[in-house]
Design a protein around this ligand. Structure first.
Ligand code: MN
Length: 711
């Protein structure tokens, strides 16, 4: 067994290559970790310091800075020993202490729920809460070593931890572009979670080793010979894909191992981007490319900064071979991802045009040009990937995901509508705040109810989520009397009109006619009442009236606005009235969605305005103005994705809920992955309102995690 001197020697090895200050810090951290973990043992029976050493080694391999390596040595000190953040600060400096504090914060908040299935929200929260990206990288190094030594744990624990690794850590590594780490995490987890499949693949890979190596050699030879003529520097390597990715391919394409031919990927590494394209040309000239398999990630890098050319060609025997072509720099980024940037020896050109989730990294790289110290650079490297959402906790420790900017009121309504109606404020992390308090990541929120509290129109300004707004409106509509609503609405509208210089007495009766039709109400007072309980927007009604007055003033004889005619479920421009229409299958619009029409040979194709297909296609035919005929009562197809923690009867409960909501199911596909149920449904509903009610009901089914509408 190794003794203390050996461990110190290993630490010395890790500290080599750093300047005096950095090496000093690393050794100080090692000494402190050694002392702090004195007497503790790993499940393997080895002294605990071996774990700290291995984590530090992994971080060094990732080419992290000295502070991160020091923090790596000390990453379990706060959680597992008597030493505190203050102690680390005193001994190993403020920066090290900050990182370790981040690690233990994330561990305590995000990973305490171990044993539960990890939701997408939890994963995102991990990201959002780690203020410094190095915190995540330390957690990844920690997990990597824990996975490498997982066999020392009992079987049950191995499964739980592997599940967590598969669901949280591997995707995180992927997100950060750290493919090497991701593959290793996946393969170890795979071996635990599906021992039989793993063994089978491993056995078959081993059996075919010789054949595969021969094939790689011959491919290399042919390719090398062709490329030599060009005098372009190339390095060709080939290796089997990692086990889990082979397994995924077998599942995805429903194939047996024997029928998967592109088990190997050939990699061609060269000097410049230009050479990459030249090499691609030669390869396509020599071997027949498989149609539809070429991908240009150089022109269009992936969001995790991955750049490469991909193609699949058929070799002499007609077997497909996947080939990746990239420069040396691109290869480093492909393997190490974000960690590659700590080893920033030379300027690397990044495609600045590309917008992606990694825009923040690029931005920082730009700044980096003017910064000397990489220490300074990484200090600025904050994680801001999820700027659309905020993640908070209920008092029971459940995670809730809300839109950024959501308030205490939104949170209260997201828990229960009654809690929202009676909400007077909340205790956030132990402090009292008002309804307006904007939620921050990681907040623990305890709502305070008041017996006499009830919603008011002003709440519509505090609420940011549709759910909360709808509930407030609903309450006002059903609980305020009509007279109150009309008075309140008249008052609000008059205020709005005054801002536009319109006096209520100046409004002609026919101005109201259009509004009464538009809002499908019986009379003027219904519009006032609607404004009073928040159903209609005072600003929109005022705009409508102002526009009406303006158009009347500007009316020029001879000019006529496009007329619209009702045509079944939709209203179209008069000139298109004879043509048939259909709803686009790509986005399945339902009443309430904003829609647009595309003129096609077969008639008008109606899409959602937000349709992704529409946005990405080049439309050369006319766009037709269409809107919903609100009087038509029909069922419309739309698709939902539902995920949940799988259990007996879950599918049945979901289906029953749909039936109870009077929606018709036209297809239902589901599968279970790592104990999570994923279901794709096509259902027929009456419109958006019906849809949102249905989605709310499904969300309430026990163990359902997410419900979303998909294109
Ligand atoms: Mn650890």
């Amino acid at each position: 067994m190794a003794n203390n001197a050996d461990y110190a020697a290993q630490a010395g090895e890790i500290s080599s290559g750093f300047d005096e200050k950095g090496a000093g810090l690393i050794m100080t951290a090692f000494d402190m970790a050694d002392k702090a973990h004195q007497g503790q043992l790993r499940m393997s029976g080895e002294p605990y310091i071996t774990h700290s050493l291995e984590v530090a080694k992994i971080l060094k391999e990732m080419k992290m800075d000295a502070v991160t390596i020091a923090a790596g040595f000390l990453h379990d000190v706060i959680e597992d020993t008597q030493y505190t953040v203050e102690d680390i600060k005193k001994i190993a400096g403020e920066n090290t202490a900050l990182l370790d504090e981040g690690v233990s914060h994330v561990t305590a908040k995000v990973f305490k729920t171990r044993g539960q299935i990890f939701s997408e929200s939890l994963k995102k929260m991990f990201f959002a809460m780690a203020k410094d990206i190095r915190v995540i990288i330390i957690k990844l190094a920690d997990r990597l070593h824990n996975m490498r030594t997982i066999r020392f744990l009992d079987e049950e624990k191995q499964k739980v931890i592997s599940n967590e690794t598969m669901n949280v850590y591997a995707p995180l590594a992927h997100r950060l572009g750290m493919e090497k780490v991701k593959s290793e995490l996946e393969d170890i987890s795979f071996a635990v979670l599906n021992q039989q499949a793993y063994r089978e693949i491993a056995k078959k890979i081993a059996e075919k080793k010789e054949e595969r190596e021969k094939r790689i050699e011959s491919l290399k030879e042919v390719l090398g010979l062709e490329l030599k003529k060009l005098n372009i520097p190339v390095e060709i390597s080939g290796r089997p894909k990692h086990f889990y990715s082979i397994y995924q391919k077998m599942i995805r394409e429903n194939k047996r191992f024997e029928n998967i031919y592109d088990l190997i990927a050939l990699r061609v590494i060269t000097d410049t981007t230009n050479s990459c394209y030249t090499i691609l040309g030669i390869i396509h000239n020599y071997w027949k490319p498989l149609p539809g398999r070429f991908k240009d990630y150089i022109a269009m890098p992936k969001s995790n900064m991955y750049q490469s050319l991909h193609t699949t060609v058929l070799d002499e025997a007609g077997r497909p071979v996947e080939i990746q072509i990239r420069t040396k720099d691109m290869d480093v980024i492909a393997e190490e991802g974000i960690a590659a940037h700590w080893n920033y020896k030379e300027e690397r050109a990044f495609d600045k045009k590309t917008d992606s989730a990694f825009a923040w990294v690029r931005q920082l790289l730009d700044w980096h040009g003017s910064m000397r110290e990489s220490e300074e650079f990484i200090k600025e490297l904050k994680v801001d990937l999820f700027d659309e959402e905020v993640f908070v906790f209920t008092p029971k420790g459940e995670v809730k995901e809300l839109i950024k900017g959501a308030t205490v009121l939104d949170f209260a309504y997201s828990v229960h509508s009654d809690l929202g109606d009676k909400c007077i404020g909340a205790k956030v992390n132990g402090k009292w705040v008002t309804l307006k308090y904007e939620l921050q990541n990681g907040d623990r929120i305890d709502i305070l109810k008041g017996a006499t509290q009830h919603p008011t129109v002003d709440w519509l300004k505090i609420a940011k989520t549709a759910k909360a707004k709808n509930r407030v409106r609903h309450w006002l509509r059903t609980n305020q009397n009509i007279k109150e609503n009309i008075d309140k609405g008249t008052h609000l509208l008059n205020e709005m009109l005054a801002k536009k210089g319109v006096k209520p007495d100046d409004i002609p009766e026919d101005a109201w006619g259009g509004l009464i039709e538009q809002y499908s109400v019986k009379e003027k007072d219904d519009i006032f009442a609607g404004i009073g309980y928040g159903e209609f927007s005072d600003a929109k009604v005022a705009n409508h009236i102002a526009r009406f007055l303006k158009e009347r003033r500007e009316f020029v004889p001879g000019y006529e606005k496009a007329k619209h005619v009702t045509k079944g479920e939709i209203i179209v421009q008069d000139e298109f009235g004879d043509i048939s229409y259909k709803f686009a299958k790509c986005c399945n619009p339902v009443p309430g969605d904003e829609i647009t029409g595309i003129f096609t040979k077969k008639g008008i194709s109606v899409h959602r305005k937000s349709c992704a297909m529409l946005a990405s296609s080049n439309i050369t035919t006319p766009i037709v103005d269409v809107s919903w005929n609100e009087k038509a009562e029909n069922f419309y197809m739309c698709r939902l994705k539902v995920t949940g923690r799988n259990r007996e009867h879950l599918v049945n409960d979901i289906l029953t809920t749909i039936a109870k909501n009077n929606a018709l199911i036209s297809s239902f596909n589901s599968g279970v992955l790592y104990e999570n149920l994923e279901a794709d449904l096509a259902i027929n509903i009456k419109g958006q309102k019906h849809l949102s009610e249905l989605m709310t009901s499904i969300r309430k089914v026990k163990d359902v995690l997410t419900v979303e509408r998909i294109d």
